[in-house]
Design a protein around this ligand. Structure first.
Ligand code: GLP
Length: 243
C-alpha cells in the first residue's frame, strides 16, 4: 500500500486526479469506480479542469458508482445519482449510456437479482480499472459498515447510526436519512485493478491509521486495502496525524 501525505486535500486530490488522467490517457475506454461524499469533491473539480483545459476525454470511459440510498429516486436531490451529475458528470463529456449508479428504486423482492446484475455489468465492462474510495469516520468504504465480510459482493446494507448522523448534512430537515442502501461489496471493490482512497481532515485520522497500520479486520472495512496489490491512500496532514 502506498500512502501519500500532502499538506491539504487540494494537493492530495490533484495527485489522485493526475493518476486517474494517466489511466484514462493510457486506456481511453477505462472503467472507473466512483465514490460520493465530500472526500472526492476536489478530485472531481480537478478532473473537470483537466477536461476543460487539458482535453482529458471521458467519451469512452465507463463509470460505476459504489453505492446509493434505497428509497431515493435518481432525481432526488440527496441521491448519489444526483450528486454525481451535479459534481462531475454534467461537466465532462461522459456518455450517459456508460454511467452506472445503483438504483435506489428497486423493488425489495428484486434486490438480489438487481445486485447480481450490477456485478454482471461490471464484468461485462471488463472490470474496474481504478476505484476511487472515501473512508467513513468508522472506517467504512462504500457503505460497507464495520462487520461487513471482506468477501462481500454488491448487496443491501443497513447503515450504522454514526453514518446516518455523519450523512445527515446532505439531507434537508424534511427528509430523513434512509437507513438502507445498496453498496458494492468489499470483495467487489478488491477486484478493481487499482484502488485510490482519499481521507481528509482530523475526523478521519483514527480510521485512516486503523486502515493503514492496524490489523486486517472486518471491523475496519478500509483495512481490506492491505490485501490489494495496488492501493494508494491519499491523506492530508490532519488525516495522517495518527499514523
Ligand atoms: C458515505 C459514502 C462513502 C464515503 C463516506 C465518507 O457514507 N457512502 O462512500 O466515503 O460517506 O464521506 P465524506 O467523504 O463526506 O466524509
Amino acid at each position: 500500500m502506498e500512502v501519500i501525505i500532502q499538506p491539504d486535500a487540494q494537493a492530495a486530490s490533484a495527485l489522485a486526479a493526475q493518476r486517474i488522467a494517466t489511466v484514462i490517457r493510457q486506456k481511453p475506454s477505462a472503467t472507473l469506480g466512483l465514490a460520493t461524499g465530500s472526500s472526492p469533491l476536489a478530485l472531481y473539480a480537478e478532473l473537470i479542469r483537466m477536461h476543460r483545459e487539458e482535453d482529458l476525454d471521458f467519451q469512452h470511459v465507463t463509470t460505476f458508482n459504489l453505492d446509493e440510498y434505497l428509497g431515493l429516486s435518481p432525481s432526488h436531490p440527496s441521491s448519489y445519482n444526483a450528486f454525481m451529475w451535479e459534481n462531475l458528470f454534467r461537466h465532462i463529456n461522459v456518455n450517459p449510456a456508460r454511467v452506472f449508479v445503483p438504483s435506489g428504486k428497486v423493488d425489495y423482492c428484486d434486490l438480489g437479482k438487481y445486485c447480481a446484475r450490477y456485478e454482471e455489468e461490471i464484468r461485462k465492462a471488463g472490470g474496474i480499472d481504478l476505484q476511487v474510495l472515501g473512508i467513513g469516520g468508522n472506517g467504512h468504504i462504500g457503505f460497507n459498515e464495520p462487520g461487513s465480510s471482506l468477501a462481500s459482493r454488491t448487496r443491501i446494507k443497513t447503515l450504522a447510526p454514526q453514518t446516518v448522523e455523519d450523512n445527515r448534512r446532505y439531507f434537508d430537515a424534511h427528509h430523513a436519512v434512509p437507513l438502507h442502501v445498496i453498496t458494492m461489496g468489499i470483495g467487489t471493490i478488491l477486484e478493481a485493478g487499482e484502488l485510490c482512497l482519499l481521507g481528509f481532515g482530523e475526523k478521519k485520522a483514527q480510521a485512516a491509521a486503523a486502515a493503514v497500520e492496524g490489523p486486517l479486520s472486518a471491523f475496519v472495512p478500509a483495512s481490506a486495502l492491505q490485501l490489494h496489490r495496488k492501493a494508494s491512500v491519499y491523506l492530508d496532514e490532519p488525516a495522517a496525524a495518527h499514523l
